[in-house]
Ligand binder design. Structure first.
Ligand code: NDP
Length: 279
């Protein structure tokens, strides 16, 4: 009797193993970005701007893009954080990056036009932008959102992207294959109580991406969104202070989707919103 049970147990384990393998296979067919294996040539010589490159996911994306052969333009608010990323890229043998210290809260179209001119004269083109910088704002009932805070969150998370894309479109047009990646969130697809302005800014980000993707569908530029999913960063800790951080993926563990969207392999992908951690 116990022998029979032992056999059926191992059969069960075998069946579960098969199911897991098939699930992995299925995931890689349905989500090729998850199966994408980056290497040191994946982004060879591409010029890529990363916003919020000093911390969290943006920091890791900048390091990973450099490891994959890109020249990375590091834009962010805190200069010391950008310098630390710069040093790490150089120490790892990556191509020399550039630093653009800029507070998106106060930046105007003039700043972004200046950035576009500098990129054009330094590099002759821009092959990619990762719009990653964002602020969470306060999570609170909708009626309690302060007008000034609404404006600040929208300025950093949305309006800065509008101004930057407006200024940088001409220099993106100088690339043979340009990829613009916006960062969304699950609350940018389905509203959630108390996520107020942040959620609204992410819905609008998806809208901006879709509008651009449609407008440029027959061009050498593509526009997509990425949803990192729950990831171990300061922003996540602020939103979920009681959560066990060890249960979360690290930024390094979600990079395949980021490199995939920047690499030429995703040339045909436009107007999509990809999940790094699909359910
Ligand atoms: P972090 O808060 O860890 O990092 C945010 C980055 O944005 C920092 O480098 C920060 O710079 C920069 N930034 C913030 N405000 C400004 C500003 N005014 N001007 C310039 N740079 C600024 O966030 P994450 O890494 O967690 O998030 C990255 C992206 O992923 C965001 O768009 C977020 O909405 C999204 N996301 C994250 C999830 C998660 O679980 N972590 C889940 C879903 C989406 P500094 O450090 O100098 O202030």
């Amino acid at each position: 009797m116990s022998d029979t049970l032992a056999i059926s147990n191992s059969e069960l384990i075998f069946a579960l193993l098969l199911l897991t393998i098939n699930k992995e296979k299925r995931m890689s067919i349905e989500h090729p970005h998850l199966a994408f294996e980056q290497h040191e040539q994946s982004l060879k010589d591409k010029v890529i701007l990363v916003t919020g490159a000093g911390d969290g996911i943006g920091r890791q994306a900048a390091l990973t893009f450099a490891e994959c052969g890109a020249v990375v333009i590091l834009l962010g608010k805190t200069v010391s954080k950008l310098e630390s990323v710069y040093d790490e890229i150089v120490a790892n043998g990556g191509l020399q990056p550039s630093i653009v210290p800029l507070d998106l809260k106060g930046a105007t179209l003039q700043h972004y036009n200046g950035l576009a001119d500098t990129i054009a004269s330094e590099y002759g083109r821009l092959d990619g932008i990762l719009f990653n910088a964002s602020v969470l704002g306060n999570l609170c009932p909708f009626g309690q959102i302060k007008e000034e805070e609404f404006d600040d969150v929208m300025q950093v998370n949305l309006r800065s992207q509008f101004l930057m894309i407006k200024a940088l479109l001409p220099v993106l047009s100088l690339s043979e294959s340009a990829s613009v990646v916006f960062t969304t969130s699950s609350v940018g697809r389905k509203g959630r109580s108390f996520w107020g302005t942040y959620a609204v800014s992410k819905f609008a980000t998806e809208g901006m991406m879709q509008t651009l993707a449609d407008e440029y569908r027959n061009s050498k530029k593509r526009f997509n969104c990425i949803n990192p999913g729950a990831t171990r960063t300061n922003m996540r800790a602020k939103a979920f202070p009681a959560e066990d951080k060890d249960t979360l993926k690290t930024p390094a563990q979600i990079m395949s989707t980021y490199v995939y969207l920047m690499a030429d392999v995703s040339r045909g992908v436009n107007g999509e919103s990809l999940d790094c951690q699909p359910k």
